[in-house]
Write a new protein. Structure first.
Length: 91
């Protein structure tokens, strides 16, 4: 099967657009200080740290309280939830 030149150009353009969508937003003046690892790399980093995903369904009010606590302490929600679970399990 041969492609027409226009089809080939469309295909190449789609590849470029997809690469642009997946690329991280450059930091200020092109700095790489705020580069976010992709999902696969983040999963590898989490596994190396001994973290596993743990999904639960919670009441909206409880989640709001946890979010407020995390914002007050200026720490990630994961850290607050881990701390609260550890404290509850010690009792």
């Amino acid at each position: 099967m041969t492609m027409k030149p226009t089809e080939l150009q469309k295909y190449n353009a789609l590849k470029i657009v997809n690469k642009m969508k997946k690329a991280a937003t450059p930091g200020r003046f092109g700095g790489t200080a705020d580069v976010v690892p992709d999902r696969r790399e983040q999963r590898r980093l989490d596994q190396a740290a001994g973290l596993i995903p743990f999904a639960v369904k919670l009441n909206r009010d409880l989640v709001a309280q946890v979010n407020v606590l995390a914002q007050e302490r200026k720490v990630p929600v994961n850290d607050v939830v881990a701390e609260l679970l550890q404290a509850a399990l010690k009792k």
